[in-house]
Design a protein around this ligand. Sequence first.
Ligand code: NAD
Length: 294
Amino acid sequence: MKLGFIGVGNMGGPMCRNLIKKDFQVAVYDLNPEAVARCTKLGATTAKSAQEIAAQSDVVFTSLPGPAEIEAVALGKGGILEGAHPGMVYVDLSTDSPSLARRLAAEFDKRGIPMLDAPVSGGVTGAEAGTVSVIVGGPKEVYDQVMPMFQAIGKNVYHMGDHGAGCIAKLVNNMLSFINFSALSEGMMLGVKAGVDPKKLLDVISTSSGNSNAVTKISRKVFTGNYKAEFALDLAHKDLRLALQLGDEQGVPLMFGGLLVNLMRNARAKGFGTLDSSAMMRLLEEAMQTQIRA
Ligand code: NAD
């Protein structure tokens, strides 16, 4: 089984390396040569374009920033569709818009190539440990076919329904995750300004009704003041905008999501876009002239 992997950045890189470690034969392509080198060191081969990768692979994975890059790599000149051949499967692990996922699936289907949208959750730590959740939309028989590769990169694998269903579930999850983190930042600032020790406060919340993934996982990294991007704020903003777009299409009010996208705009205007998404916390820290270190 020959695999192709396009986009080997923060998430794609470790997922690709897990496939290599599980003895899959993998060819990689990325615009960033250093990212490619981290995979070829472990035995991957490389190619000059996404088209070349597709031409030599049975299953092609992508892990790209967002809809613009996904569409260009999948359908553009020198892209996957140009190298696609009967028997190939295309799996997009990026967080994409459900509407683009459906459109791509239709374009690939015209050439007899099945596609899955399979965004992942679990961050860089989960990608490195091979424990991400893989959230899949598309035909069940194709999902079953790709399962051994999903199990090489993830722990929990879900079939959500038809094309786009994986993206829908992922966007809902991420919107909740951002809202939870933002709420935690406010709570922590309130407690700290009012004189409580932040470490003790986190201990209390983590065993009480205010607990969330933001408390147990994200906070331990964020409240060190390290905002180096593992999940860039620009990408989080992209995800939230896609969730709001879905809300618009469905006529669903997204009050908290709407508030948050404006906070993210503020943070990006301050130049925090390439920092970690948790750098939103810095807005509050700067406004209150208080740092939270726990
Ligand atoms: P990243 O920017 O670290 O990696 C993206 C990679 O794609 C880069 O190496 C870049 O060079 C490459 N790339 C961009 N355009 C390309 C093109 N035209 N051809 C070939 N390569 C190209 O981003 P990431 O954090 O790894 O995120 C990838 C996807 O996974 C995004 O959709 C993101 O929303 C999603 N995601 C990220 C996280 C996280 O914690 N970082 C978690 C879950 C999901």
